[in-house]
Design a protein around this ligand. Structure first.
Ligand code: DX5
Ligand code: ZN
Length: 231
């Protein structure tokens, strides 16, 4: 079983005080901070960009998990690397094989990790399956991209199972990151299906005690992972 990792999504915190949101994630023992970048074109919201990420970088050593929901990541990949992202996850819908190869060359040359994200309705494209070994992360959205606080779309569950099985069959150590509507009540269902990186926005920052919420998610996820046993 791949290691369980908790990734609070800072989009759910007070956007005027992201520094505090980052501190909360560190204090709660989160494994990585999930940074949702949306450009108003790929999805109907505008969040923050490389300048904000760069300003946060000196504040913490935590892994920066940058989820790029932008239409043309070629234009900005360098800036997000330079800002201090450790993992750069691109939406498959915004790529094709050639763009993937170009982005991978850039990310790899800077010794950063690359992830690929799929909207709830998107299946893994053939070009991506052929390139799975270049990824550290497959991110499966369980909400439509745009906003924190949406309800988890459980119709994505079979895809989580299918892709975690595919990754295991190929003998790859890819994280299966699940993003959207995760909370203490449903995290076990995600882990039972093979998710191991658990993004939570409202499920952490929307709680009265976000530090405790991180611990609560980890506990429940760990119990579910034991149940799954070694797979
Ligand atoms: C949606 C984002 C998610 C979102 C998660 O566009 O990719 O990361 O912020 O927030 P919750 O956990 O509240 O659904
Ligand atoms: Zn996200």
């Amino acid at each position: 079983m791949r290691q369980i990792k908790i990734a609070p999504s800072i989009l759910a915190y007070d956007l005027g005080n992201l520094r505090e949101g980052l501190e909360i994630a560190s204090r709660g023992g989160a494994d990585q901070i999930h940074l949702d970048v949306i450009d108003g074109r790929f999805a109907p919201n505008i969040t923050f960009g490389p300048g904000t990420i760069k300003a946060l970088r000196p504040r913490s050593k935590i892994k920066f998990d940058t989820h790029l929901m932008i239409s043309d990541p070629r234009l900005y990949v360098d800036r997000f690397i330079e800002a201090g992202s450790d993992l750069l996850t691109f939406q498959a819908e915004a790529l094709d094989a050639a763009v993937f190869d170009l982005l991978h060359a850039v990310v790899h040359s800077k010794k950063k990790e690359m992830g690929l994200a799929l909207k709830p309705e998107t299946q893994l494209p053939a070009w991506a399956e052929e390139r799975l070994d270049r990824l550290s992360t497959l991110l499966l959205l369980t909400v439509n991209p745009g906003f924190s606080g949406q309800k988890m779309d459980v119709s994505v569950f079979p895809k989580i199972e299918k892709l975690s099985r595919l990754v295991a069959e190929k003998g790859l150590e890819i994280d299966i990151e699940v993003d959207g509507g995760i909370d203490e009540e449903n995290v076990h269902e995600v882990v039972a299906r093979g998710g191991n990186v658990l993004v939570a926005g409202a499920g952490v920052y929307g709680r009265p005690d976000p530090v405790r919420a991180i611990g609560g998610l980890r506990e429940r996820a760990a119990t579910a992972a034991e149940g799954r046993g070694g797979s």
